[in-house]
Design a protein around this ligand. Structure first.
Ligand SMILES: *Cc1c(COP(=O)(O)O)cnc(C)c1O
Length: 492
């Protein structure tokens, strides 16, 4: 790849007068245009790039070839569920029956779209063991905020204003404390045991009448099933708080167990992880929120409800926390998830959950001779290594040894996306691997071979690992400079 072309912007390829289109002559009379008031007319033409069609096609094709995605290779990014997304979902979401709808159309012209929303909400309720879902929030973090606002609305409806704190485990995804802070709640951290699960003894003294609730992720970000949930839910409920379930990565639980049955009151699911929508690079996603019986009235407006005559309508409720998005969330994502839900069906889901767990355990067992496994035993959909084992050059006290960052960079040379690194913060050299349920044994074996090759290299030729990547469009970036000296706008 020619690095000069690689770094070029379409603006730099612009030449005055070049065109990539031909349009018929403008037939709007100039007088009509001039009739626009002067204050809405721009003084200068916008600085748009001018290029021929071939230049544009090559520019964007080359740019996409420099990218890495689920459709180009294995992408074991922990906590992100980067699985294959069936293309039939895209076709369904692109149907003009959906894409040409206007959100303000009268109900009697949008019955199909409302029915799809309603049925998906019913399916998610069944999967989660809860009473009702809203599909309105735009992402996982947005769902967390919505769920926490529901918890606050519930306490306020009882005239209880003093519950201003929320308990969050130290292993939680960063969005949990962030959403709680945006909701105006104070975060109280609860520690994990050596086994990586919530420490019930650490939790007990934190509970009191100022606790709004507790957020938990299960399996947690270490990929470990939280076994003490019944006891934790009992304790939190006893002190008057509600239980919040972060179900961003619900795939290992599908058809196996349900948050509602475990004692959770409110939860979110990431449709863009669990129910297959391409994601990354900032979206779009969708983060439905479900509640147990008795909390439905707090769900955000509008709600899609079924009327007695079996037609569907939008309902606005005074008790609701308000609106959290425009209309019904990211509708295209909702359609993709619906197509996926119908394609898999009940039996398919059971299989998806089990395969996610099998794939993660297979990689973990094959690699634990080379990489340090701080918490041994069965994992769910993902697990965390703490860097290379010392005999393969890993050393936690000396950064001149081969680090997790070096391993991640070398993987890029071998054609794989790197796993999540340096998260969760519980381990110094965290390397978090999530293969997902859609990968074949061949792919898993190729990844395992690459990881073992890197471990062997770290021992025999550490410099080659430390200077990686060697074969990517750009070599090792200066992360510090990129953060301190970020350039966000193009200047000619
Ligand atoms: C991805 C993720 C989130 C946040 O979801 P976004 O859609 O990125 O906002 C929250 N919790 C967990 C455990 C996640 O993996």
């Amino acid at each position: 790849m020619n690095n000069k072309i690689y770094g070029t912007l379409i603006f730099e390829l612009s030449r005055p007068g070049r065109k990539g289109y031909s349009l018929p002559p403008c037939d709007i009379n100039a007088k009509g245009l001039n009739a626009l008031p002067a204050n809405v007319l721009r003084e200068e033409a916008p600085a748009l790039p001018e290029a021929d069609e071939q230049t544009v096609a090559r520019h964007y094709t080359n740019m996409s070839n420099n990218n890495f995605g689920v459709d180009t290779g294995f992408y074991p990014l922990g906590s992100c569920t980067m699985k294959y997304n069936p293309k039939i979902n895209e076709e369904m979401a692109a149907l003009p029956a959906f894409t040409t709808l206007h959100p303000a159309q009268p109900d009697n012209t949008t019955q199909g779209a409302l029915r799809l929303y309603y049925e998906e909400q019913q399916m998610l309720s069944e999967i989660a063991g809860l009473s009702e879902f809203t599909l309105n929030p735009y992402a996982g973090a947005h769902g967390e905020l919505t769920g926490l606002m529901i918890i606050r609305a519930y306490h306020r409806s009882r005239g209880d204003e003093k519950r201003t704190k929320i308990i969050v485990p130290d292993s939680a995804h960063g969005t949990n404390p962030a959403s709680a802070a945006v909701c105006g709640l104070q975060i109280v951290e609860v520690k994990s045991t050596e086994r990586g699960t919530v420490d019930v003894e650490d939790l007990k003294p934190l509970l009191g009448d100022d606790i709004a609730g507790m957020m938990m992720t299960n399996p947690n970000t270490l990929g470990i099933f939280e076994t003490e949930i019944p006891e934790i839910a009992r304790l939190v409920h006893e002190c008057g708080g509600l239980m919040y379930y972060d179900g961003a990565n619900l795939n290992p639980m599908l058809g196996v167990c349900r948050p509602g049955d475990m004692g959770f009151d409110v939860m979110h699911i990431n449709l863009h992880k669990t129910f297959s929508t391409p994601h990354g690079g900032g979206g779009p996603g969708d983060g439905p929120v479900g509640v147990r019986k008795g909390l439905e009235q707090f769900l955000p407006n509008p709600r899609v409800v079924r009327k007695e005559d079996d037609t569907f309508t939008l309902e606005y409720n005074d008790k609701a926390l308000g609106s959290i998005s425009t209309f019904l969330g990211n509708y295209g994502i909702i359609v993709r998830a619906y197509a996926y839900l119908l394609a898999l069906g009940r039996d398919g889901f059971k299989m998806a959950g089990r395969l996610a767990v099998l794939n993660a355990n297979y990689i973990k067992e094959k690699l634990k001779q080379h990489y340090l496994l701080p918490i041994d035993g069965l994992c769910k959909h993902e697990f965390v290594f703490d860097g290379l084992r010392p005999e393969y050059g890993g050393d936690h006290h000396d950064d001149t040894h081969v680090t997790t960052l070096d391993v991640a960079k070398r993987l890029l040379d071998l054609g794989f996306h790197a796993p999540t690194i340096y998260f969760p913060l519980l381990f110094h050299e965290a390397l978090m691997i999530e293969p997902t349920e859609t990968e074949s044994k061949d792919t898993l074996d190729a990844f395992i071979a690459a990881m073992i090759q890197i471990a062997e290299e770290a021992k025999s030729n550490p410099q080659n690992v430390k200077s990686a990547p060697h074969h990517t469009p750009v070599t090792r970036l200066d992360d510090v400079k990129a953060v301190k000296d970020a350039i966000f706008t193009y200047q000619a």
